[in-house]
Design a protein around this ligand. Structure first.
Ligand code: GTP
Ligand code: MG
Length: 271
């Protein structure tokens, strides 16, 4: 996306009604202080339109940034912010859940994880919840500049293993300091929200998701069905995001139970 104009259009608190937006939305979730607002600033080429802070708990509302009158980037409050009042935390949680449940324009959710650390129990819960809701969360590993280049694959694997990500999950390392990963994220968002005919012209000169993003499966693999239908243009696997990919099957429930049991097992071993 070539940024022409950006505007913080709507701010929703715990008692607000969500807007009925005319364009698609993509939302950014993650623990407090992980870098959601910083990522949104980097995507918009703005230093501080989205307010950031070294203190966790900065964003306490759901903020809708209108991009080029074509789409919205949605900044969510963080979870796991220890200092917030318990009642308020519960209300934020409900607000985020309600938004993710009810928005009819939400095309994809990004889950941000600090590349330096193992995902927390809350991160795992959030990931599992999103998958249960039918989303295929895209993982952004933030603060890439904080670790050495050589350590990146190991840290990406740690994140994938701890979250036990679904096959085909897109994971992109990103730094708001160096902007590394920005083009990959935009290319992905463009593919989700722009009409097909606009995508190629928007992405001239960009690096391509495959270069830095790590897909958990080979994104170029065509399914048998697609091979049998040469007329149909094959879509990259990472288009399979959003509610269309609802996977609320019994299998998923079973998998979740197995995951929870495995995590509980690991914990008791630690003790
Ligand atoms: P909440 O609004 O509290 O949920 O936090 P947030 O997820 O929006 O985090 P925010 O963008 O406010 O960033 C938190 C802190 O991390 C700030 O001090 C940022 O400058 C810093 N930060 C964010 N991204 C990066 C990054 O890629 N590299 C480095 N070095 N610092 C970052
Ligand atoms: Mg924030």
């Amino acid at each position: 996306m070539v940024i022409k104009n950006v505007n913080l259009e709507t701010v929703c608190g715990i008692t607000s009604e969500f807007p009925d937006n005319p364009h698609y939305e993509v939302a950014f979730a993650g623990k407090s202080n992980v870098g959601k607002s910083s990522l949104i600033n980097a995507l918009m080429n703005r230093k501080s339109l989205a307010r950031t802070s070294s203190q966790p708990g900065k964003t306490q509302t759901i903020n809708f940034y209108n991009i080029n009158d074509a789409m919205y980037l949605v900044d969510l409050p963080g979870y796991g912010y220890a200092n917030a009042n318990v009642e308020i935390k519960a209300k934020w949680g409900k607000m985020i859940e309600k938004y993710l449940h009810t928005s009819t324009k939400l095309k994809a959710v990004f889950l941000l994880i600090d590349i330096r650390h193992q995902p927390s129990d809350n991160d795992c819960l959030m990931y599992d919840w999103m998958v249960e809701q039918g989303f295929a969360p895209i993982i952004i590993a933030t603060k890439l500049d904080k670790i050495s280049r050589g350590a990146v694959p190991k840290h990406m694997k740690m994140i994938a293993d701890t979250l036990q990500v679904e096959e085909d999950t897109i994971m992109i390392p990103f730094s708001a300091e160096t902007k590394q990963g920005r083009e990959d994220i935009w290319e992905l968002i463009d593919s989700l929200v722009l009409p097909e005919e606009d995508i190629d012209s928007e992405n001239v000169g960009s690096s391509g998701v495959g270069e830095q993003g790590t897909s958990m499966a080979d994104i170029t693999n065509a399914s048998q069905e697609e091979i049998a239908e040469p007329q149909k243009q094959r879509k990259p696997r990472w288009k399979a995001t959003g509610k269309e990919t609802a996977k609320k099957t019994k299998k998923l429930q079973e998998k979740k139970a197995a995951k929870t049991a495995a995590r509980a097992g690991k914990k008791s071993k630690k003790k």
